[in-house]
Design a protein. Structure first.
Length: 237
C-alpha cells in the first residue's frame, strides 16, 4: 500500500509475482474495509506491505492487523528508484508489495495503540509547551530591557517566579508595554501548568508500564519516555 493523507493506493501480487490489480481507496475506516474486501476478492491475503505506518498508514496498519493480516513496514522508495520506475502511486504500491514478497521488507510496524503511543503524543505536547514557555520568557525579558525606566527598575532583581507574578499583575490598560508583559506572564503561567500536568501524566504512564526504567540512575520520566517511544509498544523485553 502506498499511503497518503486522503487516499491509499493498493496493489495485489501473487506469491509468484504476478500483478493482479491496483486500486485506490479513501483513507477512512470505511475505505480500509473496502480495500481489504477488494484485495480478498483477488485471492487470500496473507501479508500486507504498508508505507508510512507511523504516519498516513497508521490507521490502515491497525485495521489490517486487527483483521489478522501480517503487516510489514515498507520504506518509501528513494527518489532515484522512483525515477527509474516511474512516478506514480500505483507503481509505489506495487513496489511495496514486491518488497515484502522479495524479503527486502521484513520489519513489523510499531503498534501505536498502547501506553507508549500515549507517551508519544503527550511528549509531543509537553515538548511544545516547554519550547513556547522558553520563548515567552525570553520575549518578556527582552521587552524589559527597553521598557520605561520606572517599570524596568521596579522589576529589577526579581527571581523568575516573582517577576512573572509581578508582570501578571500589571495593568494592561496602562501602556502597550504593560499589556505585553501582562499577557506574556499569563502565557508563561499557563504553559508552566500544562508542563506540570503533562510531566505527572508521563511519569504515571511510565511507572505503570515500565517502572524498572525509573529505577536506573539518572533516568527520569522524560528520559524513560524517550527510551520507550524509541522501542515502541511492540518491543521485546
Amino acid at each position: 500500500m502506498d499511503t497518503h493523507k486522503d487516499v491509499h493506493v493498493a496493489a495485489v501480487v501473487t506469491v509468484l509475482g504476478a500483478l493482479l490489480g491496483t486500486q485506490d481507496f479513501p483513507a477512512t475506516a470505511k475505505g480500509y474495509g473496502e480495500l481489504l474486501s477488494w484485495a480478498s476478492r483477488l485471492g487470500t491475503v496473507q501479508r500486507a506491505g504498508v508505507e508510512g505506518t507511523g504516519s498516513y498508514g497508521a490507521g490502515l496498519a491497525r485495521h489490517l492487523a486487527a483483521e489478522g493480516i501480517e503487516v510489514i513496514e515498507v520504506n518509501r522508495p528513494d527518489r532515484a528508484a522512483r525515477r527509474r520506475s516511474g512516478k506514480s502511486d500505483a507503481v509505489d504500491a506495487e513496489a511495496a508489495a514486491r518488497a515484502v514478497l522479495g524479503g527486502r521488507a521484513t520489519s513489523a510496524p510499531k503498534s501505536r495503540n498502547g501506553p507508549v503511543e500515549d507517551l508519544r503524543v503527550l511528549k509531543v505536547v509537553k515538548d511544545s509547551a516547554v519550547r513556547n514557555r522558553t520563548q515567552a520568557i525570553n520575549q518578556l525579558k527582552a521587552l524589559l530591557v527597553s521598557a520605561p525606566s520606572q517599570l524596568r527598575e521596579s522589576l529589577a532583581g526579581l527571581s523568575n517566579p516573582r517577576l512573572f507574578t509581578a508582570c501578571a499583575g500589571l495593568d494592561p490598560q496602562a501602556s502597550a508595554v504593560h499589556q505585553a508583559l501582562h499577557l506574556l506572564a499569563h502565557r508563561i503561567k499557563q504553559l508552566s501548568a500544562e508542563t506540570t500536568t503533562l510531566t505527572r501524566r508521563i511519569a504515571s504512564i511510565t511507572q505503570a508500564h515500565n517502572p524498572q526504567l525509573l529505577e536506573l540512575t539518572g533516568v527520569g520520566p522524560d528520559s524513560a519516555a524517550i527510551l520507550l517511544i524509541a522501542a515502541g509498544d511492540n518491543h521485546e523485553p
